[in-house]
Write a protein that binds this ligand. Structure first.
Ligand SMILES: [Zn+2]
Ligand SMILES: [Zn+2]
Length: 179
């Protein structure tokens, strides 16, 4: 999954490109960040003569919680990726390439296999929304009692005094709560 053998591409004329459909791919992202949908999209691999240039356009969804009402929500994410990978083994001689000059470069493995999993994992992590919402106009929870205001839009406490422990939260919600 998300791994491609590029031996043929390394032997081809610079500029040669291949496209690979990514369909129903799964990937472990992190202990606290999981996919809510398979990864779909396309990977394009091109030979530059000395390396492989990988570009990818991928969509998936992250398993999040709405930051206002705490409901589980699958947040769609789109990632655009560009990586250059250098060989570990010279395709013509079969000898190891001296990697000292570019120690941080992404490398193909000894079998000319390009593994994009780590790059994709990182790109998806970075695409995680800071404030996930179940919908743009989510009304959130009542700051006084925690009732979900999406289910109960007319929810009202009248002039019951505000619990001082929740006053800070109520003030913070005031600009957009409309309640
Ligand atoms: Zn919500
Ligand atoms: Zn309430």
């Amino acid at each position: 999954m998300l791994s491609y053998n590029v031996a043929g591409l390394l032997r081809s004329t610079p500029g040669t490109a291949r496209r690979y459909e990514v369909h129903a791919a799964t990937l472990e992202i992190a202990d606290d960040l999981r996919l809510a949908a398979p990864i779909e999209g396309e990977v394009r691999l091109a030979s530059t003569g000395r390396s492989i240039l990988a570009t990818a356009e991928l969509t998936t969804a992250l398993d999040e919680r709405c930051s206002r009402c705490l409901a589980p929500v699958a947040t769609p994410v789109h990632v655009s990726l560009q990586e250059e990978a250098l060989p570990s083994i010279d395709i013509d001689t079969g000898l190891p390439v001296d990697t000292a000059a570019e120690p941080d470069a992404l490398r193909l493995d000894d079998h000319h296999e390009l593994d994009l999993q780590e790059s994709v994992r990182e790109a998806i992590s970075l695409a995680e929304p800071i404030v996930p919402l179940c919908r743009p106009d989510c009304r959130g929870l009542c700051p006084r009692c925690g009732t979900d205001l999406n289910d109960d839009p007319d929810h009202d406490h009248g002039d019951m005094p505000l619990d001082p422990r929740l006053a800070g939260l109520a003030a913070w919600r005031a600009p957009d709560a409309g309640h």
